[in-house]
Design a binder for this molecule. Structure first.
Ligand SMILES: Cc1cc2nc3c(=O)[nH]c(=O)nc-3n(C[C@H](O)[C@H](O)[C@H](O)COP(=O)(O)OP(=O)(O)OC[C@H]3O[C@@H](n4cnc5c(N)ncnc54)[C@H](O)[C@@H]3O)c2cc1C
Length: 157
């Protein structure tokens, strides 16, 4: 039996598991997906949380919901990948892989972009969505009534 190991059950890992289960013969391949969380987060929905357009329950689903039947789903932290041994070390076990897909996402690194931290913040580096719209829009765009960011934005354009 060969092993396909997918690290991460976010968007990429989940899509690959659903794709590969249809491609690989079940009697020759075991597919394993590993993620540290039981919850799958729908990240695009995060944008709408501050404006009450989504509630937190709308962006959180049980991770297993998107993992196809027949895939081995492990909830554990991935410690390290050892490429020369084709192994992945998890908190409590080590996996061998014939094919490894790494889909562990990205992490935010503001320190790597000049201006993201320190005095240039809000001067040379601006954020896209803010309820308090900067001048000269401030008086003309924001009515003071309850509005969502999209309507504010459209009035500002
Ligand atoms: C606010 C926001 C809005 C967005 N809007 C859009 C949009 O409108 N359209 C669009 O196409 N994209 C959008 N994106 C981007 C999109 O969500 C990401 O591109 C996508 O989720 C990336 O998928 P991924 O599989 O690479 O990583 P993720 O979905 O982040 O998944 C990575 C997974 O790996 C797991 N993992 C990481 N490290 C470990 C470890 N050491 N051990 C165990 N598990 C680990 C994590 O728990 C996670 O589940 C948005 C993102 C954000 C944050």
């Amino acid at each position: 039996m060969k092993n396909l190991v997918i690290l991460g059950a976010g968007t990429g890992g989940t899509m690959m598991a659903n794709h590969m289960i249809k491609k690989l013969p079940k009697d020759h391949w075991k597919i394993t997906v590993v993620d540290q969380f039981r919850t799958h987060y729908y990240q695009p929905g995060f944008l709408f949380l501050p404006f009450d357009m989504h509630k937190s329950k709308d962006v959180k689903k049980k991770g297993g919901k998107f993992i196809p039947k027949g895939v081995n789903y492990i909830i554990q932290k991935i410690e390290k990948v050892i490429p020369e041994k084709n192994t992945v070390v998890l908190e409590n076990e080590t996996l061998n892989s014939d094919i490894l897909i790494i889909a562990t996402g990205t992490k935010i690194a503001p320190e790597e972009t000049e201006g993201m931290q320190g005095p240039e913040w809000h001067k040379s580096i601006l954020i896209f969505i803010r309820l308090k719209v900067p001048k000269p829009c401030e008086t003309s765009c924001v009515s003071g009534k309850e509005e969502n960011w999209l309507s504010i934005l459209l009035k500002c354009l």
